[in-house]
Write a protein that binds this ligand. Structure first.
Ligand code: PLP
Length: 298
């Protein structure tokens, strides 16, 4: 089946899906994005992803290229045209196409919108979770506005590549004081030796992960002990369990940190239980978008 992508108002065959060389996303990484899981044809936690996109656009002073309702329709159309069951959908908005010059272009320049989707094997994720993954720690060299989901990801790219070259799956980034901030494309969690779940506070050098947020809701609902506070590499090495969260990974157990096993080197019970609970706690969108639907209330 042939793939398609939405590019600035048109659904195009994948091979023809191109952006201009003077798109400011390409020139300056002047843009934002979202990645949303699709399960059984439904967008997972769309409302929270759209809320974060709204905030990212506001922080960078980029206008909506289409209304949020129109974007909701476009996303469903891309999923439908791709006949996607399980996958991820990618939304990117840049400040548009203009002659290369650092200041914002004139208001007449329309922001650019790209939406595309691809299959994502959820069963393969479950198999990986049964084994667990390895992470390595390294300095967090990113800029100070990592709370904005911008396409400026070169520091994250370097970190992930360094992790892969070290034989690991993810990099855990460490701030100047020795505390882990987050992964290169995931949030970081540990369970202390006395059983308390820890993850770093929002507003303190991390991206507000949607998966993180939904999981926090599940922890509160189920009365599972957790604290939002920073933890050091030393605490991570002493942890009873560790895991990462992201839309694509859901809850993924970490079994090695810097080459050393986490506890007995097997995925932790709590991590696996939370993985099991996650999709039940997540919000699945309706297939058709209707304005005012509860999924899009903010
Ligand atoms: N932290 C970073 C740096 C990320 O890039 C991501 C996802 O791309 C996350 C955390 C997890 O966010 P989410 O759960 O919304 O996928």
């Amino acid at each position: 089946m042939s793939r398609i992508a939405y590019v600035n108002g048109r659904y195009l065959p994948f091979r023809q899906a191109m952006v201009h060389i003077e798109d400011r996303g390409y020139q300056f990484s002047d843009g934002v994005y979202e990645v949303c899981l699709v399960q059984d044809g439904h967008l997972v936690d769309e409302r929270l992803h759209m809320a974060r996109l709204t905030r990212s656009l506001r922080e960078l002073q980029i206008r909506w290229p289409v209304t949020p309702s129109a974007l909701a329709v476009i996303m469903r159309e891309v999923v439908a045209r791709e006949r996607l069951r399980d996958g991820v959908i990618y939304v990117q908005i840049t400040r548009g196409v203009a002659t290369r010059n650092h200041p914002f272009p004139p208001a007449s320049v329309k922001p650019a919108l790209v939406v595309n989707a691809r299959p994502h094997d959820l069963a393969a994720g479950d198999r990986a979770a049964a084994e667990g993954i390895a992470v390595v720690t390294m300095p967090d060299i990113r800029w100070q506005r990592v709370d904005i989901k911008t396409v400026s990801l070169v520091a994250n790219v370097l970190a992930k590549e360094a992790a892969h070259q070290a034989g690991a799956d993810e990099a855990w980034l460490v701030d100047r004081d020795g505390y882990i901030t987050e992964g290169s494309s995931t949030n970081a969690w540990i369970v202390t030796p006395d059983g308390v779940l820890l993850t770093r506070r929002v507003g303190d050098g991390i991206l507000r992960g949607v998966t993180r947020e939904v999981l926090v809701g599940i922890l509160r609902r189920d009365g599972i002990r957790f604290e939002e506070r920073s933890f050091t590499v030393a605490e991570a090495l002493e942890a009873r369990e560790a895991f990462i969260t992201s839309a694509g990974n859901l809850v993924m157990p970490v079994v090695r940190i810097d080459g050393r096993p986490v506890a007995n080197g097997h995925p932790g019970q709590l991590s696996l239980m939370l993985r099991g609970l996650f999709l039940d706690g997540a919000e699945h969108s309706s297939l058709r978008f209707s304005p005012g639907s509860p999924n899009m209330s903010d």
